[in-house]
Design a protein around this ligand. Structure first.
Ligand code: ADP
Ligand code: MG
Length: 395
């Protein structure tokens, strides 16, 4: 990591403007926080700053209010939840900028926190309006970016403020860059990627890039259908991306040229319709019924993947192995999560749904790293420079 972090600067007596990613899932009916992992993940940064004598102006977005005030997307409940997780007093501002906020921020003493209102209530956030960025920046002496999940967006609170203040990474940002960077730069070998999920087109660039580094590629999930089809197998009504057939053939050919096994499912769990009540049936990949669709990897495939994973020193996992939202088709995803949880290898999990599945199984703590950034982690693995990272001070 060639970026400065909060450990590289003196924070004592400073007011830190801290960008976090508290974009947590909320219950649409009650507004209750359904998963607080993203809040908990920033505690090391917030605690470090408070313990070292800083005061904090914390800001985040939640949801997609598109520049307008949306009552159910206010930060107050998040602020209350944070208060229950951390020692120190937190007040909540009803706005992001303005005289009231400026006064509240100027009164903060070391160890105190002010949570700003949802950044995306202001249209200047997503348009990276320099004036909005300047107003935000005026609330702090330094800028700390811990919002890895938003680092792929050039917004006022990720890039704009970094032009106005000394800007450093928080500890979560550092950890994300370290673990995802290791997968790209110097993985311990054998390095295995376990890929699944719905769409190949979302992940083409990641697949190509990883193939330059990998020792073994395991393919499950919805994307396996297109690979099987490209090998000439019939896949019934399974997810198929016609336009990606050529691409996956190229991936398999490159794998075989470089001696990298591209391992596809040997058996699958097929459903007779795409819903939770579909009847699950196990079939070999050579005999998927015409009216069925692949909705999970089968038991022999689970064993086969497990054999490869057990021999690995580094594992990167992105994409559920099946339609894990339906219990009858969640077995492949659950078993892979359990296998990874027990490995000695360095295990890195990326992707919104994959993280959701691992957290839901209570296994996140058993992985070396579960990325909090879905889109950001994919863009990073594609080798793109994330604007929110680029804007931070170099070491
Ligand atoms: P991530 O968010 O972890 O990157 P994706 O967004 O690529 O993962 O894919 C997640 C989705 O893939 C899940 O909603 C899951 O239901 C779906 N999925 C997995 N396997 C299949 C399959 N065989 N058929 C259809 N959808 C699938
Ligand atoms: Mg996703």
């Amino acid at each position: 990591m060639n970026k400065k972090t909060i450990r590289d600067i003196d924070v004592e007596g400073k007011r830190a403007l801290v960008r976090v990613d508290f974009n947590v899932p909320l219950d649409p009916d009650t507004g209750a926080i359904l998963d607080d992992s993203r809040i908990k993940a920033t505690l090391p940064t917030l605690t470090y700053l408070l313990d070292h004598g800083a005061s904090l102006v914390i800001c985040s977005h939640i949801g997609r209010p598109k520049g307008r005030v949306v009552e159910r997307l206010r930060m107050a409940p998040i602020s209350q939840h944070l208060a229950s997780c951390i020692a120190g007093s937190i007040s909540t501002a009803p706005e992001c900028v303005g005289d009231m906020v400026t006064t509240a921020a100027s009164r903060l003493r070391p160890g105190e926190m002010l949570m700003l209102e949802n950044l995306r209530f202001n249209p200047g956030e997503e348009s990276n309006d320099p004036e909005f960025a300047r107003c935000l920046a005026s609330l702090g002496d330094i800028f700390v970016n811990d919002a890895f999940g938003t680092a792929h967006r050039a917004h006022a609170s990720t890039v704009g403020v970094a032009r106005c203040l000394p800007a450093v990474a928080g500890l979560l940002m550092e950890k994300e860059l370290e673990f995802l960077g290791m997968a790209l730069e110097n993985p311990r070998r054998p390095f295995t990627a376990l890929l699944g999920g719905a769409k190949i087109s979302d992940k083409m660039a990641v697949l190509e890039r990883l193939l330059e580094r990998l020792d073994v590629l395991l393919i499950g999930g919805g994307m396996a259908g297109t690979f099987l089809k490209a090998k000439g197998l019939e896949i019934g009504g399974s997810l198929l991306e016609e336009e990606s057939l050529e691409f996956v053939s190229k991936i398999m050919a490159t794998g075989s040229d470089r001696g990298i096994p591209v391992v596809l499912p040997v058996d699958v769990v097929v459903g007779d319709s795409f819903d939770a009540d579909a009847t699950p049936e196990i079939h070999g990949v050579g005999d998927v019924p015409e009216d069925g669709q692949i909705m999970d990897i089968g038991p022999e495939t689970i064993d086969l993947f497990e054999e490869h994973l057990k021999k690995s020193e580094t594992v990167f996992w992105n994409g559920p192995m099946g339609v894990y939202e339906f219990p009858a088709f969640a077995q492949g995803t659950r078993r892979m999560a359990q296998v990874l949880a027990r490995l000695e290898a360095t295990t890195v999990v990326g992707g919104g749904s994959t993280a959701d599945a691992v957290i839901g199984l209570g296994l996140a703590g058993e992985m070396d790293h579960v990325s909090t950034g879905g889109g950001a982690s994919l863009e990073f693995l594609e080798g793109k420079i994330l604007p929110g990272v680029a804007a931070l001070m170099d070491r």
